[in-house]
Design a protein around this ligand. Structure first.
Ligand SMILES: Cc1cc2nc3c(=O)[nH]c(=O)nc-3n(C[C@H](O)[C@H](O)[C@H](O)COP(=O)(O)O)c2cc1C
Length: 241
């Protein structure tokens, strides 16, 4: 059984500390082995720009029934362990959740795209974290009141949530809403910061999230889907709800 599988089966508090360990390990690898990662093709810039200009507003029919939203931040381009990816690791998991729950999706996107080059991106993200930056986002969810449950997805960046996710959290009134976090990273873990989310998402209730190794989302989607479905089931979510 690999270290990541042992982590996946371990207790939440073990996962939390494991996240910190894996984060440090990942960043060590970033620095030490950066040149082993595949070349940046530069492709995907157009898609990012196009998506960035799109008006961001999941629409809802006024059925009176509260809806579920999957809001996620995810990056394409050169990434850790997976080379150049056309769809981000977190994006893949977000789609699985949306498909299983019938939720609508919203992609958290920054006005200024992050570099496609992995090392450059780690530098930009590291600086933003040091400065506790709040990068400007593209669009806003106009009908946020329609959702009572928001699955919130993000990659672990520097042992933390990417700064744009904090921008997102601080942009809405979360009173009466439930946030269910999910993340992808170098391990099957969450960041360990999830219990601090109500400091940014004022009024929100946080439920138990899931951490998935990004490489597995890309390369073993069927096994990840099974794991995600089991987790959703444990939270009481089925498509009909
Ligand atoms: C800027 C940056 C910082 C990262 N920091 C960490 C980290 O601290 N710990 C970790 O396990 N993985 C780290 N990673 C790896 C990502 O969390 C992982 O590749 C994730 O699955 C990427 O998801 P995405 O494709 O949805 O963006 C980092 C990646 C980037 C680009």
């Amino acid at each position: 059984m690999s270290v990541f599988e042992r982590l996946r089966n371990s207790k939440p508090f073990v996962k939390r500390y494991a996240a910190i360990f894996l984060a440090v390990m990942a960043l060590f690898l970033l620095t030490a082995c950066g040149s082993d990662v595949g070349e940046t093709s530069g492709s995907g810039e157009k898609e990012q720009a196009a998506a960035a200009s799109a008006e961001a507003a999941p629409t809802s029919e006024k059925t009176g029934k509260k809806k579920i939203l999957v809001a996620f931040f995810s990056r394409t381009g050169e990434n850790y362990e997976v080379g150049n990816i056309a769809k981000g690791n977190t994006h893949i998991v977000a789609e699985m959740i949306a498909e299983a729950t019938g939720a609508e999706m919203f992609e958290i996107k920054t006005v200024k795209p992050y570099p496609k080059d992995y090392r450059e991106c780690t530098e930009v993200a590291g600086k933003e974290r040091e400065e506790n930056a709040r990068p400007e986002l593209v669009g806003k969810i106009r009908n946020m009141a329609d959702y009572d449950t928001v699955f919130l997805g993000y990659p672990i960046w520097w042992s933390d949530l990417p700064m744009p996710v904090y921008t997102f959290l601080e942009s809405y009134d979360w009173s009466g809403k439930t946030i269910i976090p999910f993340s992808t990273s170098a391990g099957d873990v969450l960041t360990g910061k999830e219990n601090e989310l109500p400091n940014f998402a004022k009024g929100a209730t946080i439920r138990e999230g899931i951490g998935i190794r990004g490489k597995r989302a890309q390369e073993q989607p069927d096994s990840v889907r099974q794991e995600v479905l089991k987790w959703l089931d444990s939270l009481g979510f089925t498509k009909s709800q």
